[in-house]
Design a protein around this ligand. Sequence first.
Ligand code: SAM
Length: 286
Amino acid sequence: MNQDPLPPLREVIATHGLAARKSLGQNFLLDLNLTGKIARRAGDLTKCDVLEIGPGPGGLTRALLDEGARKVVAIEMDDRCLPALQEITDAYDGRLITLSGDALKIDPRSHLNGPVRVVANLPYNVGTELLIRWLTPAEWPPYWQSLTLMFQKEVAQRITAQPGSKAYGRLSILSQWRADPKMAFEIPASAFTPPPKVTSAVVHFERLETPRFAANQKILNEVVARAFNQRRKMMRASLKGMLPDMETHLIAAGIDPKQRAEQVSLQQFCALSEILRVQRGQKPIR
Ligand code: SAM
């Protein structure tokens, strides 16, 4: 249970006039049991810096500090929240640093020392974009060790989906290629103020030090994008024209040319992208 001397979150919101703004994806979590549960799912924070996106009035932020995070660096776009966040910085001996602005434009790395864990109740309008950026840096392994993130339940299902399911697609491949994403728990709409229209779910990703299977990121993205853009078509049709003799390459990758994208495993997509890389005379990823 949260031990800090700060007022309850409802009081913080009233004092600082933080009426939720839909345009900023503001659905606040005011239940300290839940914010504590998310913070604990991120793992042992005591030897880590934590990056939080969108602290808002600071419920999850307080839980992260209470769980012993060495430091929390939080990026918040809504300046109305800054005085409330300053009170948290004061109550926790300066362990919270707030960066004011858009998380899509700010690079927080100069404020962070590894290991870094990212924890956020993400604004839904930028959540998927941020996830894609965290999963596709120029160099792997990335600066972060783990991501513990809230999404709409449908997005969480796409991230963790396996072949054969309707939710399986580009986001599943991207998420599972270089990380191990696990559905942690669901959070009902009623837990938020104001309640959103959808159920939410927390996903925890531990990064893999090296990708699960060798592949060139650009080629893998290209193959997967083509395959899932026409997910009802057979692979031989959706990838037609990428290279001469596509059927032979599909078979060499262990893929039946009549299979549809949603039946093709991550390992098979990686094998196919490696074959294409060699055919095109490109170098392996580094
Ligand atoms: N962490 C708080 C909680 O759990 O109650 C608030 C979560 S609320 C879903 C999303 C927060 O992200 C809001 O505080 C909103 O102002 C902020 N936000 C929205 N878009 C942002 C962006 N592009 N960069 C940084 N923060 C953003």
